[in-house]
Ligand binder design. Structure first.
Ligand code: TXA
Ligand code: MG
Length: 342
């Protein structure tokens, strides 16, 4: 299949392809998505095929406006109203009890459907012109880092999908926060672009983290969180600990010329001139949102540089730091090492 590379002014072509049941990658504010008509089981099946995605991993349905929620959700909890009002359009995905008409494949057989209204003008216009909600996972091959620009989508999916709508680089850089409001307590199933602190402020009560995210031996409630994900080709290890300088010293001891180093600005300044390895500087430690924006692209750069091993400095788990660390730990396949003075 020849994949079309579409410019923003060719959006009507993208919308037509979607109406015909084809797959189109499009920009959102978080990462690029791979869209298909959510009402068409056949179109949605194509997504799993193109990405090599396991069929037990449900998709997020993207809508253009609040009114479309009723077509998909059987019930809307009052707290969902609050969060939609405050954070949509934006990087927040909410679970709702699904209507029977939503194809089973979209929800991987679950009773819930995940919905979000993305905050990207091209995404919203595309959904509007297509006239249907779009089921859309991130537009990467399953297991690869999510795409933060059209070129990344091309690397992974050229020849497998009908078109890519190029909207330039994305803003947030990590995926949406997935929140479940259907249990007794609000719970984050996947940390993302909207922070736990922001959610708690609006809901006025604590928001839990799925225990599986904290390393408990439980099955994550968001099926996608159980896979090694976002992974670069080289093995990655995250170094964490109470003392920053100890983390840097460990990197100094272990790095070789073909080690990739994912560092804060502070870490890079400490190691500059005396540590071998390929430096990739994400951001200053107090700007996790900037680091999140650059993470996936950095992982792809490491792949291209052909490093044999990647050492990553941990970030404080506050604000966007929670999502950043979750993605780093996934990329590491759980390889997080604490360095402490004995
Ligand atoms: O920012 C985003 O959310 C991006 C852009 C394209 O919108 N999309 C995205 O989709 O990250 P995907 O498929 O890569 O991740 C969707 C996550 C998975 O972890 C999946 O298991 C979870 O959402 N999910 C979807 N439906 C669910 C449901 N009904 N119950 C629990 N988890 C669900
Ligand atoms: Mg994904």
């Amino acid at each position: 299949m020849d994949t079309l590379w579409l410019k923003p002014e060719e959006i009507s072509v993208a919308a037509r392809l979607l109406r015909e049941g084809q797959l189109v990658a499009f920009p959102t504010e978080t990462v690029y998505g791979l869209g298909a008509n959510a009402w068409s089981e056949e179109a949605v099946a194509g997504i799993f095929l193109a990405k090599g995605r396991p069929q037990d991993n449900p998709l997020i349905v993207h809508i253009a406006g609040r009114a479309q929620v009723e077509t998909l959700a059987a019930d809307i909890p009052p707290e969902a109203e609050k969060l939609m009002e405050r954070f949509w359009p934006g990087p927040l995905t909410l679970l709702f009890p699904k209507k029977a008409e939503v194809p089973e494949l979209v929800c991987a057989g679950l009773e819930t459907v995940a919905i979000r209204q993305p905050a990207h003008p091209l995404a919203l216009e595309l959904i509007r012109q297509a006239g249907v909600p779009l089921a859309a996972p991130s537009a990467n091959l399953s297991g690869r880092p999510s795409p933060t620009c059209a070129e990344h989508v091309w690397e992974d999916l050229a020849g497998r999908i009908a078109a890519i709508l190029d909207g330039g680089p994305v803003g947030v850089g990590v995926e949406s926060t997935v929140v479940d409001l259907l249990g007794p307590e609000p719970m984050i199933l996947r940390p993302g672009g909207i922070t736990r602190e922001e959610l708690e402020e609006v809901l006025g009560r604590p928001v839990l983290l799925d225990p599986a995210l904290l390393g408990a031996e439980e099955r994550p409630r968001s099926p996608g969180m159980k896979y090694r994900h976002y992974a670069p080709a080289a093995p990655l290890e995250v170094l964490d600990g109470p003392e920053r300088e100890l983390i840097w010293q460990t990197i100094l001891q272990e790095a070789t010329p073909d080690t990739g180093l994912l560092l804060s600005e502070e870490g890079a300044a400490y190691l500059a001139g005396r540590c071998p390895g390929q430096f990739l500087v994400l951001a200053p430690l107090n700007q996790p949102e900037k680091a999140a924006q650059r993470l996936y692209s950095a992982l792809r750069t490491m792949d291209k540089a052909g490093v044999k091993r990647i050492l990553a400095e941990a970030w404080p788990r506050q604000g966007l730091g929670l999502a950043l660390m979750n993605r780093m730990e996934k990329a590491a396949g759980g390889q997080c090492r604490r360095v402490e003075v004995q």
